[in-house]
Design a protein around this ligand. Structure first.
Ligand code: NI
Length: 196
């Protein structure tokens, strides 16, 4: 089931989420719905707060970037990926810059500097404990989604000057004036379906 994506301005996006306590049919359904929602919105990552859920959970699917993996020679892990109760345990000192966007902040794209590589410990959807290292696009998407489960958005990483330039557009989005091609949910307005 495709869920509405919560827009900037909703309280859920600013909450530090809680660990998932146990596996359940309800959790597995939420994971399926989040993957379906991410695909429907043509996103490459989606975190639970973006569908109004306060679990420490996010999904990633970088398969649209398959060519980048082929060029780099690094094999792409099976997609989509599910990260439950993730913990970034190490990050590279080296940073990289990459233009990011967010399904909760439609049509805003800005360059963000983040560590180039990381090591992350997490449970997959079968609740297997994993610890893996990622760099490049996967490290980028994982850090963006990991921020979400801590209540942090990519615009928080921008300079005050950049944020000031974006102020009006961000305010429009907060008030539900977002031009998204997928259903969104705005604070006080509820669900807004995309225009045909
Ligand atoms: Ni995002």
């Amino acid at each position: 089931m495709v869920l509405p994506i919560y827009l900037l301005g909703t309280d859920e996006l600013r909450v530090e989420t809680s660990d998932v306590k146990e596996d359940s049919a309800e959790l597995q359904k939420l994971i399926d719905d989040m993957i379906e929602t991410m695909h429907a919105a043509k996103g490459i990552g989606l975190a639970a707060p973006q569908v109004g859920r306060l679990e420490r959970l996010f999904v990633v699917d970088v398969s649209p970037m398959e060519e980048d993996f082929e060029e780099s020679g690094v094999p792409m892990p099976d997609q989509p990926m599910v990260f439950i109760n993730a913990d970034i345990v190490a990050e590279s000192e080296e940073d990289s810059e990459f233009e990011e966007g967010c399904l909760s902040i439609p049509d805003v794209h800005e360059v963000v500097e983040r560590p180039e590589a990381l090591r992350i410990r997490y449970l997959d959807r079968e609740f297997n404990q994993r610890e893996e290292e990622y760099d490049g696009i996967l490290a980028r998407v994982i850090q963006h989604e990991y921020d979400h489960v801590d209540g942090v958005l990519f615009i928080d990483h921008l300079t005050a000057f950049k944020r000031r330039l974006l102020k009006r557009r961000l305010q429009d989005i907060r008030e539900g004036r977002a031009d998204a091609s997928y259903p969104v949910l705005a604070k006080d307005l509820g669900v807004i379906e995309p225009e045909e």
